[in-house]
Design a protein around this ligand. Structure first.
Ligand code: APR
Length: 240
């Protein structure tokens, strides 16, 4: 089945995005051939233990990611999700595992970055809120005014993702659940499809089947840019 998904007035849509939605914008995924975890050990650059052992290496890794993000542009899939948000308002819950800002630049104003944000930094010690920061820290290790170590505002392996209560509520309410470009290898996000199994239609979009494909009603094979712009049909849009 490959037609558009009809979004009726009573529907609530949960969209989960992964690295695949940003792949066509030039941001490397993690687990594909040539993905980030092929050239970096995630224990070293994406864990609290790695940061404690070698904060310079961790900052070098995220500084490179920050520099790359600035050069990348949102693609048609990000823009289509931005438009869907304008049409559905709070009937769309957009949750991304991505730490880039391409959804925002693609027009999404309401979204949850469950794995943090590349463009923010926070203090490891004090409760100062995370702040916008795209500096590249390649030599000096940055320190907070409290003296504590500053770290990227990223949820690392072994840490608890952001917004799990809001996510659980939105999953409960969803009637349509769509995952775009995520391998289904990392929990808890890979388990969201299980949570909606009995009350929502679940669709996966990506160039290959994800590890958790058993949970989806449909798998649409194609890239985000190929599939997402025509994925949703919202009645008002069809009428206009
Ligand atoms: N369009 C859609 N999907 C694509 C595209 C594309 N153009 N290119 C690749 N993909 C798919 C791949 O088939 C793969 O299933 O994107 C997925 C990327 O998978 P991962 O690299 O594992 O990324 P993701 O699932 O987002 O990773 C989850 O793992 O390392 C952590 O914190 C990191 O948030 C990340 C989490």
């Amino acid at each position: 089945m490959s037609g558009s998904i009809f979004v009726g007035p009573a529907d609530r849509v949960f969209v989960l995005t992964g690295a695949g939605i940003s792949a066509e914008s030039g941001i490397r995924t993690f687990r594909d051939a040539g993905g980030l975890w092929e050239t970096h050990r995630f224990e070293e650059v994406a864990s609290p233990e790695g940061f404690a052992r070698d904060p310079r290496l961790v900052w070098k890794f995220y500084s490179q990611r920050r520099a790359q993000m600035v050069d990348c542009q949102p693609n048609a899939a990000h823009r289509a999700i931005g438009e869907l948000g304008r049409e559905l308002g709070d009937r769309l819950f957009l949750c991304t595992q991505n730490v880039d800002d391409l959804h925002e630049r693609g027009g999404s104003s309401q979204l949850l970055h469950m794995h943090g944000e590349l463009g923010k930094t926070r203090c490891q010690t004090c409760c100062r809120p995370a702040f916008a920061d795209t500096s590249g820290y390649l030599d000096e290790l940055p320190r907070c005014t409290c003296g504590g170590a500053l770290r990227p505002d990223i949820v690392w392996f072994g840490e608890v993702p952001i917004g799990l209560s809001a996510i659980a509520r939105a999953l409960d309410e969803a009637t349509i659940f769509v995952t775009i470009g995520s391998s289904g290898a990392v929990y808890p996000a890979a388990g969201f499809v299980h949570a909606v199994r009995h009350h929502a239609r679940a669709i996966y979009v990506g160039p290959e089947r994800p590890d958790n494909d058993w949970g989806f009603d449909e798998v649409r094979i194609g890239t985000a840019v190929e599939v997402v712009p025509s994925l949703f049909q919202v009645p008002d849009r069809a009428a206009s």
